[in-house]
Design a protein around this ligand. Structure first.
Ligand code: TXA
Ligand code: MG
Length: 349
């Protein structure tokens, strides 16, 4: 794996050319998007896509998102683009919104895990866009973490996950931290009503202004899926975002008080605990140290999204006995943040 720095605003043409050539020859390239880093392969090349599943250790029944430049480009992998899809593409593309649409039957089945629908998104990150343009093919790209780890929002996260397995990746394009920090919102437009399958970079209330019928699947809020329940998005039943250290999430109004209590009692234990808290709580309890991460104000959900996965990873490396997290309001990006935190805490499979 070659790790190459690349300017996020003015990506170098030579670097892009090298990455595009690697992709066209069936190899894997990690590239930045505005949400998280993606592990990309030529979506039209069945063997290349197979390597993505292998590299990630991803279950074969969990389909991939296909990245395209725009609505026109999306026609290369879809069978039909309904009016609702056109409206949402117009409003949110390029950006952190993935649409599930009827798949073009010529797309290798491995991409969609055998489903007759395909998830498509047009990323906004200049490097992702320049790479799509240079490669000239749609790119199948899941988040670049190894299966079960939090999504990578920095190139170092990817390098860490693939330590010892570097050869499966041809190139890692390092453009610094991702601006949003949580994955794209996944909306299924083949169901009636249209449904949010995964909360993410575009808050559901923003989508509802263009598509009032939109519903949010309760599983998308990180609520545990009972064994044997059928789920709309195959990704929902797989454990996600789980650091190795057990996570306890304190939701609701008494969250801050409970966190401070947990902090007090942890001081009496020999082994250290980790804490992810708001500025208000940190201030109130004078919390500080390597084991304390302050993500932002309680109502600065965008800041929480930006640094959440990095915080979980950093604390996970410290060999702590537990990570305690304060919940935040579920408005704006807070909905996606709380879904990821519930999954990390419940270790949802
Ligand atoms: O922000 C993102 O979406 C990032 C960047 C790299 O674009 N990608 C990403 O991909 O998060 P991944 O593979 O980690 O998550 C894709 C999600 C999974 O939950 C998967 O089950 C769902 O999308 N998905 C993919 N195809 C689907 C389909 N045809 N029907 C329903 N859900 C689908
Ligand atoms: Mg993922």
């Amino acid at each position: 794996m070659r790790m190459l720095p690349i300017d996020p605003d003015e990506p170098d043409a030579e670097t892009l050319k090298e990455a595009a050539e690697a992709l066209r020859s069936g190899r894997l390239v990690v590239f930045p998007t505005e949400t998280v880093y993606g592990l990309g392969a030529d979506a039209t090349d069945e063997r290349a896509v197979g390597r993505v599943f292998e590299a990630k250790g991803r279950p074969p029944d969990n389909p991939l998102i296909v990245h395209v430049l725009d609505g026109e480009d999306a026609r290369r992998v879809t069978r039909d683009v309904p009016d609702d899809a056109k409206r949402l593409m117009e409003a949110f593309w390029p950006g952190p919104l993935t649409l599930v649409l009827p798949a073009d039957p010529r797309l290798p089945r491995i991409v969609t895990a055998g489903l007759d629908t395909v998830a498509v998104r047009a990323p906004a990150h200049p490097v992702a866009r320049a790479l799509l343009a240079a490669a000239g093919v749609p790119l199948a790209a899941p988040s670049a973490n190894r299966s079960g780890m939090p999504s990578p929002t920095r190139a170092e996260h990817v390098a860490m996950d693939y330590r010892g397995h570097e050869s499966v990746i041809a190139l890692l394009l390092d453009a610094g931290p991702c601006t949003i920090g949580v994955e794209s919102t996944v909306v299924d437009l083949t169901s009636d009503p249209p449904t949010v399958l995964r909360l993410g970079g575009v808050p559901p209330e923003a989508i509802q202004t263009h598509l009032p019928r939109l519903k949010v699947d309760p599983h998308a809020r990180g609520v545990a899926v009972a064994p044997g329940t059928s789920v709309a998005s195959p990704g929902m039943k797989h454990r996600h975002y789980a650091p190795r250290t057990p996570v306890t999430l304190f939701e609701g109004e008494d969250g801050p008080a409970k966190i401070l209590e947990a902090h007090k009692s942890s001081l009496r234990r020999e082994k250290k605990s980790g804490f992810i808290v708001s500025t208000q709580t940190a201030h109130q309890g004078s919390l500080q140290g390597d084991n304390i991460v302050v993500l932002g104000g309680r109502n600065e959900q965008g800041r929480w999204a930006h640094d959440l996965f990095d915080a979980l990873r950093r604390l996970d490396e410290q060999g702590l006995d537990r990570i305690f997290v304060e919940g935040i309001p579920e408005t704006g990006l807070g909905a996606a943040v709380m879904d990821r935190l519930r999954r990390a805490a419940a270790r949802i499979d």
